[in-house]
Design a protein around this ligand. Structure first.
Ligand SMILES: [Zn+2]
Length: 338
């Protein structure tokens, strides 16, 4: 018996470092998702009863026991499976740290790890920052981007970065279904880093179509579950994949239809607070994966920022030490202590 125990101890001592070694060599996979202008209000409260007129939508999203779970059940599952930051009703806080509260400044901030004050437009001007996706691709990781918005090519500076960006072939049809179909084609053999940028939520909201905005959010949520399940049934990616989901900005309040927009923040170089719809800086950030722990909290005092997503992405693929920049915001407080 004593010999047996001694042997067991030897085996354990020998096995432990080997396991750690294997873990380090196991490649991590990353799925980044943005749902353009999807409000934290709908994510955490569900559909706003005052804004839903259509009877079928009321039956599906309003007259139900749990409105939030009825709208985006997969995203809500991050609360148990990972972290879900930004429920301001419970004092959880996430926000953009740029001053503009619209799309390009938000994506620029998220992908560089800090706001870029020179980006104060939505025009397709090539980004002068090097994005975290470009750094990952330069480091040798395969990167695939499927984006609803045709400006994403400029945001990722594809001329310089040579990142593959697929956008909807038919700009006149709803964008997200086209992006979803294109993304499906790579789910069997996914790149190390997949960025899925959905946005019919923002498109329908600007049109004032609240029900269609809800439908776009629901469709996004359903597809994210499909993507996650595909990664979890693929032996190459199962248990090695982190998914991060966020938005580029929030939207205004329900009152006076402020929810349809978010404002432009500035006129030329002048801050015009009235041009921003109050609350549009409020966002959500969701994350789950093998290194993400469920105890993270970001309160109003320690509000998470969109800029922190870049370093969080790097940590999730274990390349933070190699690729993080001195001016990047720190990774979110969502990782197990090392
Ligand atoms: Zn918008």
């Amino acid at each position: 018996m004593r010999a047996c125990i001694a042997l067991l101890v030897v085996m354990l001592a020998w096995a432990a470092p080997v396991r750690a070694d294997v873990a380090e060599r196991e490649p991590r996979y990353l799925i980044l998702v943005t749902i353009d202008g999807f409000r934290w209000e709908e994510l955490f409260r569900g559909a706003d009863p005052d804004l839903v007129a259509d009877d079928r939508y009321r039956a599906r999203y309003v007259d139900v026991a749990d409105r939030a779970a009825a709208l985006t059940p997969f995203l809500r599952s991050f609360e148990q499976a990972g972290v879900l930051i930004g429920n301001r009703d419970q004092g959880s806080c996430a926000r953009v740290s740029n001053d503009y509260w619209f799309s390009y400044p938000g994506y620029a901030e998220m992908l560089a790890g800090r706001p870029n004050p020179r980006v104060r437009y939505n025009a397709a001007v090539p980004n002068d920052d090097i994005t975290v996706l470009e750094r990952l691709q330069r480091h040798g990781l395969s990167v695939g981007v499927f984006a609803e918005w045709d400006v994403m090519g400029a945001i990722l500076n594809v001329k310089r970065s040579a990142i593959s960006v697929v956008v909807p072939p038919d700009p006149d049809a709803p964008h997200d279904p086209q992006v979803i179909e294109a993304t499906r084609s790579v789910l069997n053999d996914p790149p190390r880093v997949l960025y899925l940028a959905l946005g019919d939520t923002d498109n329908r909201a600007h049109e004032g179509q609240y029900e269609a905005y809800l439908a776009a959010a629901s469709e996004a949520d359903t597809f994210l579950r499909e993507v996650w399940d595909a990664y979890q049934t693929n032996p190459r990616t199962a248990g090695r994949t982190t998914m991060i989901v966020t938005s580029d900005h929030g939207r205004g309040a329900a009152e006076d239809n402020r929810w349809t927009g978010h404002g432009s923040g500035r006129w030329r170089r002048i801050i015009v607070p009235g041009l921003r719809h109050e609350g549009s800086d409020a966002i959500f950030i969701a994350a789950r994966g093998p290194d993400i722990v469920g105890t993270a909290s970001h309160t109003m005092e320690t509000c998470a920022t969109l800029a922190q997503v870049a370093a969080t992405m790097l940590r999730s693929v274990h390349l933070h030490d190699e690729l993080a920049q001195p001016d990047m915001a720190p990774a979110l407080n969502v990782f197990a202590e090392e």
